[in-house]
Design a binder for this molecule. Structure first.
Ligand code: ARG
Length: 460
């Protein structure tokens, strides 16, 4: 048994039950319920403004919609699993409330237009939330940076020791990435313009120009919408054909979330490496690690590994919508229904990750001694500083590079510390190398301070 459909007049036969199951979207688009009601409330305003609903009819329809809305926000709302989609489900619920009057609700409206409005409002709302979580993560990183202003660590390129940096700058680089993400979230959100009045594809003869004006009144009555929907966010549609067939905004959102997931994954990867016995720079708190069913000694970074793995799902979601869209003729096609599962999935993944990550990094235990040892045991981290030292003494860069290269090679081959070499030994490489000066240079703080104009984190 199916529920009442929003179409059917021209059909003689009942829909095959497998087709019914195959085509319905209610099991995922129920998430749009709240936004669908908002769209209908606005639509009812418009229908009244152009004389298709009396004031009284508008009132009873709005009351019914508000009742449904309250059920949604209080968690009482239950969608009928047999409804084709959320638009049908809410239409049927309005009918239960107001009877035949509900038959006027869909006047001059198409689900093609409705689903777009719902999805855009949903995205605006979710992007705002993700932005807040992203800001919190950024702040947590900056807090940790504050604590580690004087901690020095080896900086890596190719995962090989490169030059010494401050831990706060290392972590601060992730804060920079999330700052860019936040920017992208805001820009994407700003570009999502709400639209109504396109009809199925070709516009409607009723009220299509009134949405912008009515939205003003609507927003005044729905203060809770202030952040996600203001009159600046509703557009007069310039091309209805484009409007109903546009899913660029979904693709943009999925791209932004993918980039953010990629950043989280890189951060996770650094922490996974740093928490190995070989590195031992950090220890993950028990509450954010897992054990092994066989090896009792294990403490595994599963949370970080899943963050790394979910990046694949995020990219897959983006690819799925890009591919789904690429061959579609204008205008609306049912293919577009499949934009929702990937979109919902990506938001869910990112939101979960952004909730866990700040807690995980705040509880990390930094093993300062091990980090110090990693620096102490490796003079090659100062090789570039030694090159600069020679340049300042008038030696050409390439020559200086060569001299220090040879010095390092000798030091490694003979297991002789540069610090401990006498001036006579150093002279074999260059008579400009002076032990008493070199000893001062081979110090983490001196090394980092000499480059302070270059390594800088704007936030810290
Ligand atoms: N559930 C559809 C979607 O998500 C909206 C319904 C439009 N259906 C249609 N046959 N025109 O895109």
């Amino acid at each position: 048994m199916t529920t009442k459909k929003m179409w059917g007049g021209r059909f003689k036969k009942k829909t095959d039950s497998d087709v019914e199951r195959f085509t319905k979207s209610i099991d995922y688009d129920y998430k749009l319920a709240k936004y669908d009601v908002y769209g209908s409330l606005l639509h009812v305003f418009v229908l009244n403004a152009c004389g298709f609903l009396t004031k009284e009819e508008e009132k009873s329809m709005s009351n019914a919609l508000r009742k449904i809305y309250n059920d949604i926000v209080s968690g009482k709302f239950k969608y009928n699993k047999r409804s084709e989609d959320i638009h049908t489900d809410i239409q049927n619920k309005v009918e239960k409330e107001v009877g035949p009057l509900s038959l006027k609700l869909h006047t001059a409206r198409s689900r093609n237009d409705q689903v777009l409005f719902d999805l855009k409002l949903f995205c605006r709302d979710e992007l705002l939330y993700v932005g807040k979580l992203c800001k919190e993560l950024q702040n947590s990183i900056l807090e940790i940076c504050e604590e580690h202003k004087e901690t020095f660590i080896p900086g890596y390129t190719h995962l090989q020791h490169a030059q010494i940096v401050r831990l706060k700058d290392y972590l601060g680089s992730y804060a920079e990435m999330f700052k860019r993400d936040l920017d992208r979230l805001d820009n994407t959100r700003e570009r999502i313009r709400l639209t109504l009045g396109s009809g199925a594809l070709a516009g409607t003869p009723i009220g299509s120009t009134l949405y912008q004006e009515m939205a003003k009144k609507f927003v005044r009555e729905h203060k809770e919408l202030k952040e996600i929907f203001s009159t600046e966010h509703i557009d007069k549609v310039s091309n209805t054909l484009d409007t109903v067939s546009d899913r660029d905004f979904v693709i943009e959102v999925l791209s932004v979330l993918s980039i953010m997931g990629m950043h989280l994954s890189r951060f996770a990867e650094d922490l996974i490496i740093w928490s190995t016995k070989e590195f031992g720079f950090v220890e993950i708190d028990d509450a954010f690690a897992t054990g092994s069913s066989l090896m009792p000694q294990k403490k595994n970074p599963d949370v970080l590994e899943l963050i790394r793995a979910y990046t694949g799902t995020l990219y897959g979601n983006l690819m799925s919508v890009l591919t789904m869209m690429k061959g579609l003729p204008l205008t609306y096609n049912r293919d577009m229904q499949l934009d929702k599962p990937p979109l919902f999935s990506s938001f869910e993944i990112i939101e979960q990750e952004l909730k866990i990550f700040p807690k995980l990094i705040k509880t990390l235990k930094w093993n300062k001694k091990t980090i110090e040892k990693a620096i102490e045991n490796d003079e090659t981290l100062y090789a570039t500083d030694l090159v600069y030292y020679l340049i300042k003494k008038g030696i050409a860069f390439k020559q200086a590079h060569d001299i220090i290269g040879k010095l390092i090679k000798f030091s490694l081959d003979s297991s002789r510390k540069i610090k401990e070499m006498s001036n006579i030994e150093l002279k074999r490489f260059s008579d400009r190398l002076k032990q008493e000066e070199i000893v001062k240079l081979l110090d983490p703080e001196t090394s980092v301070k000499s480059r302070e104009s270059v390594v800088r984190t704007s936030n810290v």
